[in-house]
Design a protein around this ligand. Structure first.
Ligand SMILES: Cc1ncc(C[n+]2csc(CCOP(=O)(O)OP(=O)(O)O)c2C)c(N)n1
Ligand SMILES: [Mg+2]
Length: 516
């Protein structure tokens, strides 16, 4: 029993049985230990952004952490953008990073770096194990930290000699997971009072308030009080579709969001933060609430939002006759002719398999998707939470590993997809049920718009060369084929619908390059 065995046994004892990995020499003893633990599923990602994004997708869907295994500061650095997204999604991750043996650090070997400093901005907890004796306790602490509500990245750095040194047989057993904080009775009374004060009120929902059961209570509260419910802009996971409550998100574009919230006099925060603009734009406000809007900070992100909703509904004495407003199943809409992004949204919304998981990194192309899928088959919706593009294909990987019986549909803009297209290899390697739809508009379309939005004018030659993915164009069907994923190109709506329908009937990954 060495430190590496102690790590693996402690992870397994805590219910972590998936490890997304890209190891190196300093992690070889962990690899050897993992080899002795067939219960642990090791999933290789061919770039660390795939590893961390997959751990995010897994954590969002499994409601428990996966482990990662990354190689020193460089490996961690490659994975930071998607750890940033995970941090924004409040995803629990036990992020394991190997380091040089402690006595080797003073020689400043080529891969030496300040791993803790790289980890800190994306981690809620960082620790370097000092010895093999500590590994089990440190791993248990990392697990507890990752699960600390509302969920966070816990980075555990393991020097190579802690792995290969003899460790105690005894491992640390899991503690019971602490419950989320429950809002107190006073807060409940205040929130109920606020909902009766006659102000035009928005109840802004985030975190676990966006699960189906919580949304049903929110819908009853909205009807009983006349308040509006809405989700914050950026959410790790929403349960939605037919038979569930429709909830829109705060809009992305500043003018749209301002107009949408213009008449709100009071906002009740329930697992959400005050809505702010993604970016600052010259002459536009940074926050979306109208001036003078009252803020009732009812339940925080780390609180038990389901409890907060139930307690509020009880306090309001809502009659049983007030039932949640549930979405009806929509009519099938099957557009025809030349393909465009809105036709794709309509077709995906119509053909979405039951209980699918939508992973949305469609950027400009999927703007209609959210509205159209209110009436689709019930599904989970995972979005880009932190704005660091390149998460879609990895996120789909993790979601599919967590939920092997469900169809994952990755709606992937082409530019963002190229950041981490290596994930497709993992889709093939693990035979994951993922349909990837590439919105092949062959450009960074959003940046064309943003150049105008910041008031910088029309793109010249240099701007175009930074925004347009041409000369050469990207052939996604060939890329997919090269990493073992079957794919086909669609240029008409009929072709797209046929490919999507066929792909949802088979097992394993399939990629549709949608030419728009
Ligand atoms: C890590 C990271 N790098 C760069 C950016 C800036 N950025 C935002 S959107 C975008 C391009 C998006 O293009 P694409 O994915 O093709 O979507 P489209 O705009 O065409 O819909 C870029 C480069 C970012 N958000 N995150
Ligand atoms: Mg694009």
């Amino acid at each position: 029993m060495n430190g590496a065995d102690s790590l693996c046994d402690t992870l397994l004892a805590h219910g972590i049985d998936v490890c997304f990995a890209n190891p190196g020499t300093s992690e070889m003893h962990f690899v050897a230990a993992l080899d002795r633990k067939p219960q642990m599923r090791c999933v290789l990602g061919l770039f660390e952004g795939v590893v961390t994004g997959a751990a995010d997708g897994y954590g969002r869907m499994a409601d428990k952490p996966a482990a990662t295994l990354l190689h020193l500061g460089s490996g961690l650095g490659n994975g930071v953008a998607n750890l940033h997204n995970a941090k924004r999604a409040k995803t629990p991750i036990v992020n394991i990073v190997g380091d040089h043996a402690t006595y080797h650090l003073k020689y400043d070997a080529p891969l030496t770096s300040d791993i803790e400093s790289l980890a800190r901005p994306v981690s809620g907890w960082v620790k370097t194990s000092k010895s093999a004796d500590d590994i089990s306790a440190d791993t248990a602490e990392a697990f507890a930290a990752a699960c600390n509500a509302p969920g966070q990245v816990a980075t555990l750095i393991l020097p190579a000699n802690t792995a290969w040194t003899e460790a105690p047989q005894q491992i640390v057993q899991p503690l019971t997971r602490p419950e989320r904080r429950k809002v107190d009775a006073e807060a409940v009374r205040e929130a109920a009072q606020a909902l009766r004060n006659g102000k035009r009120t928005l109840i802004l929902l985030g975190n676990l308030a966006l699960r189906a059961n919580a949304l049903e209570i929110a819908s009853r509260i909205a009807q009983a009080s006349g308040a509006r419910i809405q989700a914050q802009q950026s959410n790790g996971r929403i349960e939605r579709g037919a038979g569930r409550v429709a909830v829109n998100r705060v809009l992305y574009r500043v003018d749209d969001a301002l107009a949408d919230l213009a008449d709100i006099e009071q906002v009740v925060l329930l697992g959400a933060k005050i809505p702010v603009a993604f970016f600052a734009y010259p002459g536009k406000p940074s926050t979306f609430l109208p001036e003078g809007c009252a803020v009732v900070d009812y339940a925080g992100e780390a609180d038990d939002q389901l409890y907060a909703l139930q307690a509020l509904a009880d306090e309001m004495n809502i009659p049983a006759s007030v039932t949640p407003l549930l979405n009806q199943r929509g009519e099938k809409v099957m557009p025809t002719g030349t393909l465009d992004d809105d036709k794709i949204s309509a077709i995906v919304a119509s053909l979405l398999p039951e209980n699918a998981i939508i992973v949305d990194e469609s950027i400009t192309s999927g703007r209609e998707m959210f509205g159209l899928t209110h009436n689709s088959a019930p599904h989970d919706f995972l979005q880009l939470t932190g704005g660091a593009i390149g998460i879609g294909l990895p996120l789909a990987t993790g979601a599919a590993v967590a939920c092997p019986d469900r169809q994952v549909v990755a709606l992937q803009a082409d530019g963002s997809g190229m950041y981490t297209m290596q994930a497709l290899w993992t889709h093939a390697r693990e035979n994951l049920n993922i349909i990837t739809v590439i919105f092949a508009n062959q450009r960074y379309a959003i940046l064309h718009g943003e150049l105008q939005n910041v008031g910088a004018g029309a793109p010249g030659r240099n701007a175009q060369r930074m925004f347009d993915l041409v000369e050469p164009t990207i052939d996604w069907v060939s890329l997919a084929k090269g990493v073992g994923v079957e794919g086909a190109r669609a240029t008409t709506a009929e072709q797209f619908a046929d490919l999507f329908a066929a792909a949802s009937k088979r097992k394993g990954p399939f990629l549709i390059e949608a030419m728009i």
